[in-house]
Design a protein around this ligand. Structure first.
Ligand SMILES: Nc1nc2c(ncn2[C@@H]2O[C@H](COP(=O)(O)OP(=O)(O)OP(=O)(O)O)[C@@H](O)[C@H]2O)c(=O)[nH]1
Ligand SMILES: [Mg+2]
Length: 308
């Protein structure tokens, strides 16, 4: 009989230590990798998740998909991934405890509809008890579905959501969660009453800063002097005129200034954001011209209260 690791969903095996699911003893609940990740925070295997295979499999079903993204990772690229899901789908903003308190759910939903043309249901969730989360099980009931895939980019909080739902329904099982990418490696089926929820491996996402933001997102005001280049990680913005801008995202990222001119010109309209995928965004109130080192920067309407 096939037995799966309860931590990552891999089929347990005793044959090859270099492959997924290895355990020295098939009686164990976790594979060696998950045991080490759970107990020592260690993660050695560099896992590859096959995005196409995952989507093909889900798109062949009649289930519903909940796609999780945290607010700082909402951008063109992640919304494009969401749109590759062809069955009924729901966009779930995870880790909503990290949102600024002024950001009201209804405004965020309107902004998503306007900016990214999201036509599907939108939920806001958090694993923190003081945040009033929407309940995905309620959506299943409303939609008359019995089975749901919990999808999303890696580290979005999919397994954490399932653990929370299991706890609330007095189920003891616990899927492994961590702030490292690709913790879940295969489908993990969970039965909650009449519903089946399936945890899935996260979509790979090029970003080293996924888990840096731990507390409520605080804006950082930046005063930019004329002819100055603002450098945030590997993205550079040369400002011809001075400007006052606000950075939303983790304060732990690398930020510095220099004077180098860059290649690609952008005209930023009033009240727009420059998106730094996975890192955050720069909120520009006053229209300006910038030169950047990247050709395909995403510029979008900002999500602040007054604009939506
Ligand atoms: N602040 C906050 N952190 C959360 C929340 N949900 C999950 N996290 C943290 O986010 C990290 C990733 O959580 P996981 O549940 O492992 O994410 P996942 O989507 O299953 O990740 P993969 O299996 O790698 O695709 C962990 O460190 C969690 O503690 C939340 O609601 N709020
Ligand atoms: Mg997971």
């Amino acid at each position: 009989m096939i037995k799966k690791c309860i931590g990552c969903g891999s089929v347990l095996q005793t044959e090859d230590e270099s492959l997924r699911g290895y355990t020295p003893d098939l009686k164990k609940a976790y594979c060696k990798r998950c045991f080490r990740l759970k107990n020592y925070g260690e993660k050695k295997m560099d896992e590859k998740i096959d995005e196409k295979k995952l989507l093909n499999k889900v798109n062949k079903t009649r289930s519903i998909a909940f796609f999780l993204i945290d607010f700082l990772n909402i951008n063109r690229e992640t919304i494009a991934l969401f749109n590759k899901i062809k069955i009924s789908k729901v966009l779930v903003i995870s880790k909503s405890d990290l949102l600024r308190k002024e950001m009201k759910p209804e405004k965020i939903k309107l902004w998503l509809q306007k900016t990214y043309h999201v036509k599907d249901k939108i939920l806001l969730i958090s694993n923190k008890p003081n945040f009033k989360s929407n309940n995905p099980l309620k959506v299943l009931m409303e939609e008359g579905k019995k089975e749901a895939y919990i999808m999303g980019i890696t580290n979005a909080g999919k397994s954490t959501l399932l653990n929370k739902l299991m706890r609330e329904n007095n189920l003891k099982k616990e899927i492994l969660t961590s702030d490292k990418p690709n913790t879940t490696l295969d489908f993990i089926k969970i039965r909650i009453g009449e519903y089946t929820l399936i945890d899935t491996p996260g979509f790979p996402y090029e970003n080293d800063d996924l888990a840096l933001l731990k507390k409520e997102m605080k804006p950082t005001s930046l005063v930019i002097k004329p002819t100055t280049t603002l450098v945030i990680n590997d993205t550079r913005f040369y400002f011809e005129q001075g400007n006052k801008i606000v950075f939303y995202g983790s304060t732990k990222i690398n930020r510095e200034y220099n004077k180098e001119k860059e290649k690609y010109r952008y005209t930023i309209p009033k009240n727009h954001d420059i998106v730094l995928p996975g890192i955050g965004f720069l909120n520009i109130k006053e229209p300006c011209q910038i030169l950047a080192n990247k050709e395909d920067l995403e510029i979008r309407i900002d999500s602040s209260e007054d604009e939506v």
